[in-house]
Design a binder for this molecule. Structure first.
Ligand SMILES: O=c1[nH]cnc2c1ncn2[C@@H]1O[C@H](COP(=O)(O)OP(=O)(O)O)[C@@H](O)[C@H]1O
Length: 233
């Protein structure tokens, strides 16, 4: 990457570059994850986690809200899950728990991720970066309390600019709500992780997800056309 003269920070910034494509990340089986350490070292690891609650609720007596999922607005202006780079000497699991505490103030004595909560790992071979994704279900009441605590987290206002709840419903036009949310910009492969997490938790069925994805894709196409048109005028 270009040397911007910020010493070690310039190296770290290479991991967070915007514009990663879904295809840049390859999903890894457990065996591939093990063999990767031998073939692609030195590897950097990052771990992120999805906290969610199940709560079927009719919003404004109209829209079926399937539950609550926590994401955050990051320092770089895009959406992602709480988490971050794993420090030297840490395991990905220790990394995700530490980052959860720093970024959203998670009380690790009550809630912490375990190895069994890892639902996927991906590699970005170009960046020699492995992303680990964890998922934890809490009760709806706890979810609300956890959200409230995020304001007093160490990293609030530094790395994290507020948690957001993912709108898990689709409005009458077929786009507003979840499909429109997907058209935001996400860090790394966070969009893909969100989709995987929603399917894995069974908050969405395959059928519901494919309808939402079609709506998101056609909405994104429309947004591109609008951007080009507004530049031309
Ligand atoms: O929610 C996420 N899911 C997947 N990848 C992410 C997410 N958030 C950030 N990333 C990617 O992980 C890498 C490091 O993450 P992050 O910026 O959170 O680490 P840091 O907070 O330790 O600097 C970057 O490549 C970034 O694009």
């Amino acid at each position: 990457m270009t040397d911007i003269g910020w010493g070690w920070l310039a190296d770290m910034e290479g991991f967070g570059t915007l514009g990663d494509k879904v295809d840049d990340f390859k999903l890894l089986s457990s065996e591939e994850l093990v063999s990767l350490n031998a073939t692609l070292s030195p590897l950097k690891h990052a771990s992120h986690g999805m906290i969610f609650a199940r709560r079927s609720k009719l919003l404004w007596d109209l829209y079926d809200m399937k539950g609550m999922v926590m994401m955050q607005l990051r320092f770089d202006g895009v959406l992602g899950f709480p988490g971050g780079l794993v420090d030297d000497g840490e395991t990905p699991l220790q990394g995700v728990n530490r980052e959860m505490h720093e970024e959203i103030g998670l009380d690790l004595s009550k809630y912490s991720f375990t190895d069994g909560d890892r639902i996927a790992s991906y590699v970005h071979e170009g960046k020699k970066l492995v992303l680990h994704f964890y998922m934890m279900e809490v009760s709806p009441e706890d979810f609300v309390l956890l959200e409230q605590r995020t304001l007093s987290a160490e990293e609030y206002g530094i790395e994290t600019y507020g948690v957001v709840r993912v709108p898990l419903f689709t409005m009458g036009d077929g786009v507003r709500g979840f499909p429109a949310f997907l058209a935001n910009q996400f860090a790394g492969n966070a969009r893909d992780e969100l989709i995987r997490g929603l399917l894995c938790s069974k908050l969405f069925t395959q059928q519901e997800m494919s309808v939402a994805l079609k709506a998101y894709l056609s909405h994104s196409e429309k947004l591109k056309v609008e951007t080009v048109t507004s530049k031309a005028n």
